[in-house]
Design a protein. Sequence first.
Length: 202
Amino acid sequence: MEIILIVASYFFGSISPSRILGNVKNVDLTEKGTQNPGATNVYKLIGTKWGVAVAFMDLFKGIIPTLIARLYFYDEPLIFLVTGISVVAGHDWPIFYNFKGGRGLATSIGVFCVLHFSLIFFTLAVSVSISLYLKRNYGERIRIPFSLYPLLFFSNLFFIRDWFLLIYTVILMAMAFYRAWQVRHKLQDPVTEDEFSEFKEL
């Protein structure tokens, strides 16, 4: 049962709402805008409401398998830990799209919502605030994952001290940074902005 759930989570994570929407709207998200098949690119190329919708679908893509794992294996944290990693891996390296996926931020946040909601809420709020402050005052913006994951790590290390959650944070941080390295040529593109670029007018 555990293996089936973990494998199914990977395939579930491999489903890309942004690509499906792009096909419906006849927009190739991998060739235009940020060239990343994620919510931000949908926001830029297709529209605000669709970008928000895709972000929520990616968020719930992380929530659903992890919540199922937690409900059925509540006394085995390793199971829902691996399930969360599996669904994010599916999003980042989807089997349906030649292992070329998004960067996994929304899906990772969805997993954290199940594992520790107050922690992800606090650190995400701080991370977004830092990004907006730097943009307003210095014209520079730090990408959300590069502040969010370290904040998650140190908040857990010094305050919560949940070792399974700490291990999960380290693995997700490594996956996010490796995924960023894989698409580094896109991150250097002048049209590429962070996942919360919709706040640029604030």
